[in-house]
Write a protein that binds this ligand. Structure first.
Ligand SMILES: *[C@@H]1O[C@H](CO)[C@@H](O)[C@H](O)[C@H]1NC(C)=O
Ligand SMILES: *[C@@H]1O[C@H](CO)[C@@H](O)[C@H](O)[C@H]1NC(C)=O
Ligand SMILES: *[C@@H]1O[C@H](CO)[C@@H](O)[C@H](O)[C@H]1NC(C)=O
Ligand SMILES: *[C@@H]1O[C@H](CO)[C@@H](O)[C@H](O)[C@H]1NC(C)=O
Ligand SMILES: *[C@@H]1O[C@H](CO)[C@@H](O)[C@H](O)[C@H]1NC(C)=O
Ligand SMILES: *[C@@H]1O[C@H](CO)[C@@H](O)[C@H](O)[C@H]1NC(C)=O
Ligand SMILES: *[C@@H]1O[C@H](CO)[C@@H](O)[C@H](O)[C@H]1NC(C)=O
Length: 401
């Protein structure tokens, strides 16, 4: 019969497949790599089921040639003497690509890699560049912290959940051209002070927090379901030309910011805070803003506030400046405000809703605005962000510090 004729060869084939897949199977226990010999033994495994772990005491270069797919994770934790890691045939890692504490790693060669469950890299101080010829276009999460990378060339994601890039002190460029949507938290902080962030096609995001950068370009951003926060940046200008709505919106301690504009913004679904942006003289870049569902809290040294479309502020209203803006312009909004209404122009010590100074020159000791008083105060003020900011962003600060 036709069936029996095929049974024997099928069984034979199955048993050799079993023998091969044993060596290629890290699903019940991760495959351990201690040296290049162990890595070479995987060269006939086009697919590795489960996880591969590079042992801590491994030394020198490791090359996983031949492996095309890892269904689980690729992990190297504390392998301080691994100098290079290569896998030129590897196209996908199903779960986590985790590298931590590879302090002498200088090269990462993954020429075919396009898809990773999540990227989780930390403490790779000597890794300056990625050799990812094809580019990783798919990852659910990315976290890169404390590496020597100067840019993210090789990361070509078009979609991601959390995107966390922090404490990479040489990173001066983040340009992810294809990125269109971030469905989790995009957090950038404490990288090189010269960092320029360019996300030309980012259309939607949940939460965005950016600290310590010298420029941000997000011209396509249309909608944020969560908050947008910009803290401690050095840019003179910030605009989100296409942004129509966002959750909480906060600008704090951007000392050189002089031009802030969101010409299409109509709604802030949360609180709107502007504080300690000492160079911001005019708040005129929100010509279409109609509604703030939380509190509005603007403090600083501005001379002009123009919010011609504003109809409703559902939380409290606090606006205080050393400058002589016109409080009379907000008489009509008063009746919509459910919380406390405070407006003070030409006041010596602008104070935020929670009582902290709204300018970096504001100190309890008096009205001095000499540059030395200014810098001393700004050092102190770093620890006392506005309450709203603490509540919303406190967890992120914790994670960062
Ligand atoms: C790395 O190499 C140095 C020098 O040979 C050795 O002292 C150290 O224990 C090694 N580190 C690890 C994690 O194996
Ligand atoms: C981004 O992704 C979320 C969740 O998948 C989706 O609801 C939203 O429409 C997307 N936004 C854009 C601009 O693609
Ligand atoms: C901004 O939005 C308009 C209208 O939706 C669109 O035509 C334009 O391409 C967008 N600009 C960018 C840079 O995405
Ligand atoms: C995003 O921001 C909202 C507040 O606007 C907060 O409740 C939420 O936890 C944040 N999500 C993430 C992933 O940080
Ligand atoms: C980075 O930004 C934070 C604000 O979130 C600020 O407190 C800190 O001083 C900044 N760091 C540097 C080096 O500018
Ligand atoms: C402020 O920035 C906006 C958007 O980039 C620009 O159109 C405007 O001319 C700038 N204003 C000044 C005074 O530089
Ligand atoms: C503040 O502006 C008002 C009119 O806008 C003007 O009458 C007043 O003199 C100004 N005060 C100062 C101190 O410049």
């Amino acid at each position: 019969m036709v069936v029996t004729k095929y049974i024997l060869p099928v069984l034979a084939a199955a048993s050799t497949a079993f023998a091969a897949s044993d060596a290629c199977d890290g699903s019940s226990k991760p495959i351990q790599i201690q040296n290049q010999g162990d890595a070479g033994a995987l060269s006939s495994c086009s697919t590795v089921q489960g996880d591969i772990e590079i042992a801590e005491h491994t030394t020198g270069g490791i090359n996983l040639a031949g492996v095309q797919k890892i269904t689980g994770s690729l992990i190297a934790n504390g392998a301080a003497n691994v100098s290079s890691l290569s896998a030129d045939d590897l196209e996908s890692i199903g779960d986590t690509f985790k590298l931590e504490g590879l302090i002498t790693l200088t090269s990462l060669n993954f020429g075919s890699l396009t898809s990773v469950g999540s990227i989780d890299w930390a403490a790779l101080p000597n890794l300056q560049a990625l050799s990812f010829a094809k580019g990783v276009s798919k990852a659910d999460k990315l976290s890169i912290t404390n590496t020597g990378l100067t840019n993210l060339n090789g990361i070509t994601l078009d979609n991601v959940g959390d995107f966390d890039v922090t404490a990479n002190t040489a990173m001066d460029t983040i340009n992810v051209n294809d990125l269109k949507n971030v469905t989790g938290l995009l957090n950038i902080a404490a990288n090189a002070p010269t960092l320029k962030v360019t996300l030309p096609n980012l259309g939607g995001a949940q939460n965005i927090t950016i600290r310590n950068v010298s420029s941000v370009s997000i011209p396509s951003l249309k909608e944020l379901s969560g908050q947008l926060g910009l803290f401690g940046n050095t840019f003179k200008e910030f605009s989100a030309a296409n942004l129509t709505s966002t959750g909480d919106l906060a600008f704090d301690n951007n000392g050189k910011l002089a031009n802030l504009s969101m010409p299409q913004l109509t709604k802030v679904n949360g609180g709107f805070t502007i504080s300690k942006n000492d160079d911001l003289e005019d708040i005129t870049g929100f010509q279409k803003l109609q509604t703030v569902t939380g509190a509005l809290d603007f403090t600083g040294e501005f001379n002009k506030v123009d919010l011609p479309a504003l109809k409703q502020v559902k939380g409290g209203f606090n606006m205080q400046s050393t400058g002589n803006f016109s409080c009379a312009d907000f008489n009509d909004i008063k009746s919509t405000v459910r919380g406390k209404f405070t407006c003070k122009a030409a006041t010596a010590h602008p104070t935020t809703t929670d009582g902290s100074s709204g300018t970096s020159s504001g100190t309890s000791s008096g009205s001095s605005s000499s540059s030395s008083a200014k810098s001393a105060a700004s050092l102190i003020d770093v620890n006392v962000p506005a309450v709203a900011i603490t509540a919303v962003f406190g967890a992120m600060l914790q994670a960062l510090l």
